[in-house]
Design a protein around this ligand. Structure first.
Ligand code: ZN
Length: 78
């Protein structure tokens, strides 16, 4: 893990604390990862990309999470 002092969150103006996200967006990413494990145990095999695409359509997905999903989806594209 390398964090530069001047680095900013990829999604907002806050300081990045982990990877490329600020505290709030990183928390959103962490909750996405936790839920991914739950989804896999419940629905069987699902790729990270498919999981994110499905989650994006769910209305009650929070704002922070939705923003992180957008970034992660872009990075998944090959
Ligand atoms: Zn942020």
């Amino acid at each position: 893990m390398t964090v530069k002092l001047e680095s900013r969150c990829i999604l907002c103006v806050r300081k990045a604390i982990e990877e490329k996200y600020c505290k709030y967006h990183y928390e959103a990413l962490q909750s996405l990862r936790v839920h991914y494990e739950i989804w896999k145990s419940r629905y069987g095999k699902i790729s990270w990309h498919d999981y994110l695409r499905r989650l994006k359509k769910i209305k009650y997905t929070g704002k922070w999470v939705k923003e992180v999903i957008e970034v992660e989806l872009k990075m998944c594209k090959k």
